[in-house]
Design a protein around this ligand. Structure first.
Ligand SMILES: Cc1cc2nc3c(=O)[nH]c(=O)nc-3n(C[C@H](O)[C@H](O)[C@H](O)COP(=O)(O)OP(=O)(O)OC[C@H]3O[C@@H](n4cnc5c(N)ncnc54)[C@H](O)[C@@H]3O)c2cc1C
Length: 466
């Protein structure tokens, strides 16, 4: 159905409503390779306007699609017709309470900007998706985003205390508390972390903060075998050292980076690990020595510790160059973010190598080894039908393999559209039905971000759009 544009305009004002094909195109994709055009895009100013839009949607039976920065990897914010509701006008940091170490922010605040703001108070908001320079806190909560620091600090849900949100029926409610403790009623806040815009639109987000670590130390270790690398990681954690980052690069990744940068990386090595520890200076020197010792004992052929900021940058350079390096292998990639218990990483990577051989594909693995989250990049040219089909089969087998290892098909990116055909394999028919019932109870008319999670929908156009 066509949107009631005059009624929408009455709520947000003509200057905050887009309708032209050129403008709508800009809101037709995210960082997945899918695209679908909305009928309209609205930029409400506050919870009251969002509530009015959602009530209108229920009355006139059109779908609404919450959207932050559109950086999602699984098509979770993609519209199919309907009205996109962008949160970027709700972009104020409302409060930073240094004494209670909490903050209240609007959902359109960019995560990296928020981190900078709290650092002025000597405080730290640790969730660190690699997209933090452009993704919003609202999007991070909806996807329960995390990054390399998860091994020590956890992910977005671990800092979330409460929310103000507009329900799919339009009422504005509050969930959670502003305190560290709080056990009154169902934990609605935790339910919302990872709800992918299907259960409500957040309008205020209450988070807890922690003191900023005093210093950081960075080191790398090179291993001739994957098992030795993972063994070293387990031993470091067992020695009661929790690094803030443990990034693993497999041989295919090392070779790709070396081809790209030519900086003398050890291309014969099966694994390279980048580690960071943070905390008080007095503790870090001892921790670094102990990590070096454990790595050597586990079979590291080389360890290197940064002694200055320049050396730290040099050690990070290889890790940060992965994306452009992969671009030289094939024009496109399917980036899966599977996660297994960390001791199963060698099995996972070996099985992925077999998959690569079986389907004649290049598959590159790297990622957050401390929490078992391995980014598995299936390189392909999307214009090559045959290669796409083989890659699709490899993804299906990868997911089955990961579940067999006791893992999850997504540690970071979520379900959206891309993974909805596979969700039942992980949560089971009963688990999925329970989720459907929650969705139906809160959104009886299926107004808010329909087609996501529950309905494998192949009508979204796929291709290399972004
Ligand atoms: C280069 C790159 C690196 C990335 N690295 C990581 C990473 O390291 N870790 C990681 O976890 N992810 C990563 N991502 C994925 C993505 O950045 C995250 O999922 C991010 O949280 C999305 O935020 P966004 O503001 O772009 O949300 P969008 O993509 O706009 O939306 C994502 C979901 O959130 C919902 N949503 C948005 N705002 C609200 C709101 N106010 N209320 C309710 N629902 C809302 C949408 O409906 C949608 O379902 C990366 C993406 C890119 C492009």
């Amino acid at each position: 159905m066509s949107l009631p544009f005059s009624l929408i305009e009455a709520i947000v004002g003509g200057e905050n409503l887009l309708r032209s094909p050129e403008e709508l195109h800009c809101y037709s994709f995210d960082a997945s390779k899918m695209r679908s055009v909305p009928e309209g895009v609205a930029f409400p100013a506050d919870a009251a306007e969002i509530s009015a839009l959602v009530k209108l949607a229920n009355e006139h039976r059109f779908a609404v699609y919450p959207r932050g920065s559109g950086s999602g990897m699984v098509g979770a914010c993609l519209p199919r017709g309907g009205l996109v509701i962008v949160t970027n006008r709700l972009n104020r940091i409302l409060e930073i309470d240094g004494d209670n170490m909490t903050a209240i922010v609007e959902p359109g605040v960019i995560t990296g900007e928020f981190q900078k703001a709290v650092s002025k108070y000597g405080l730290f908001y640790p969730p660190d998706p690699a997209s933090l320079a452009f993704s919003t806190i609202g999007g991070n909560v909806a996807m329960c985003s995390g990054g390399p620091r998860a091994v020590k600090y956890g992910v977005t849900r671990d800092y979330l205390l409460g929310l103000e949100m507009v329900l799919p029926t339009g009422e504005v409610i509050r969930t959670g508390t502003r305190t560290m403790k709080g056990v009154v009623g169902y934990d609605m806040t935790r339910l919302m972390a990872g709800s992918e815009g299907t259960l409500g639109i957040f309008t205020k987000i209450v988070v807890r903060l922690i003191p900023a670590p005093q210093s950081v130390r960075t080191l790398t270790a090179v291993f001739s075998s994957l098992d030795c690398a993972v063994n070293a990681i387990c031993e470091i954690l067992k020695a009661r050292i929790i690094p803030s980052t443990i990034e693993l690069m497999d041989q295919a990744t090392i070779c790709a980076i070396e081809n790209h940068l030519q900086i003398g990386l050890p291309v014969q090595a099966e694994a390279m690990v980048l580690l960071e520890v943070d905390g008080p200076d007095i503790v870090l020197d001892g921790e670094v020595c102990e990590i070096e010792r454990i790595c050597r004992q586990a079979g590291a052929t080389l360890t290197e510790t940064a002694r200055s900021q320049e050396e730290r940058e040099r050690l990070w350079r290889a890790r940060r160059s992965i994306s452009p390096a992969l671009g030289r292998i094939r024009p496109g990639k399917i980036n899966e973010d599977v996660t297994v218990p960390r001791t199963r990483i060698p099995e996972l990577i070996r099985s992925i190598r077999s998959l690569a051989r079986k389907y004649d594909l290049t598959i590159v693995c790297f990622g957050h080894a401390g929490d078992g989250n391995i980014h598995t990049n299936i390189m392909l040219d999307r214009k090559d039908e045959n290669e796409r089909r083989r890659a699709g089969k490899a993804v299906e087998e990868l997911f089955a393999m990961v579940l067999g290892l006791g893992g999850t098909i997504s540690g970071e990116h979520g379900v959206g559209i891309a993974k909805s055909p596979f969700i039942e394999q992980e949560v089971g028919a009963g688990g999925l039905e329970a989720m459907r019932r929650i969705k139906k109870a809160l959104d009886p008319l299926n107004i808010m971000n329909p087609e996501k999670m529950f309905t494998p929908d192949r009508t979204f156009i796929e291709g290399d759009f972004v």
